[in-house]
Design a protein. Structure first.
Length: 254
């Protein structure tokens, strides 16, 4: 019985830690979406630094929440998350380097020959602003980090590469909303049926006009909703991001 208060306190602490872990994981998920819509390099650096801080928090909480979970190579997930946080901070430094704030690569002064390709990719990132090309360098880095350091942590760089690729894909201009054309076709059928059946006392032309009006209104509402979802200024960009090596844990019920 003397141990009961200690057990209860421990379980409450773990539950609180898991809630915090899930909150940070959600923060990382949302910020990746923000990165995919943010081309300003200084703003991207701020978001990536937040992702690094959040990933560091996950590293700190991971063992308390889930025990000493290991990857396929026997490496603790907490260590992988810590490594990912360091990689994200270096990536943020390259974002600022593009706009003139060149980073100092701590620990690279005497890079060994087998690490020289990594140093080359990091250096190229400091001078590359074009999203598609940055994505190539980030994927190259992810492959090198996965080979020499930690494949789980390397996923953080892969996620950044995806955000750059999405930026590059958006450079071509306006993209068709996600609900066209199949949802528009379904809307057309139901709006015309509603105008034909649901409103009594209308002539054929009036029914057709009403159906078109309802269709245009529904399409406009969906388009505005889609624009609001994709608007980077309307999201909580400063709070959230999807980092790579975040385990998909769910808090068990009481």
């Amino acid at each position: 019985m003397l141990f009961l208060p200690t057990i209860i306190t421990s379980r409450l602490a773990r539950r609180a830690a898991r809630r915090s872990y899930i909150d940070w994981s959600g923060a990382l998920s949302e910020t990746l979406g923000d990165l995919s819509r943010t081309s300003d390099r200084d703003r991207r650096a701020i978001l990536i630094e937040f992702a690094a801080d959040a990933t560091g928090e996950l590293s700190r909480l991971h063992t308390e929440c889930w025990g000493r979970e290991e990857d396929a190579d026997g490496r603790p997930m907490a260590v992988s998350l810590s490594t990912a946080a360091s990689l994200l901070r270096m990536a943020a430094a390259t974002e600022r380097a593009v706009i003139g704030a060149f980073p100092e690569w701590i620990g690279w002064d005497h890079a060994t020959i087998d690490r020289a390709p990594e140093l080359r990719e990091w250096t190229l990132l400091t001078a590359t602003a074009e999203p598609a090309q940055r994505a190539i360098h980030l994927r190259n880095l992810a492959a090198l980090v996965a080979e020499h350091i930690d494949p789980t942590a390397a996923e953080a760089l892969t996620r950044l590469a995806v955000s750059e690729e999405r930026l590059a894909a958006a450079d071509g201009g306006w993209r068709e909303p996600w609900f066209l054309p199949p949802r528009l076709a379904v809307l057309t059928v139901f709006c015309l049926l509603a105008a034909t059946v649901g409103v009594p006392g209308l002539a054929g032309g009036e029914r057709l006009g009403l159906g078109v009006a309802v269709l245009v209104g529904a399409y406009a509402a969906l388009w505005l909703a889609d624009r609001r979802t994709d608007n980077p200024n309307g999201s909580s960009a400063g709070r959230r991001c999807d980092s790579a090596p975040v385990a998909d844990h769910e808090e068990p019920g009481q």
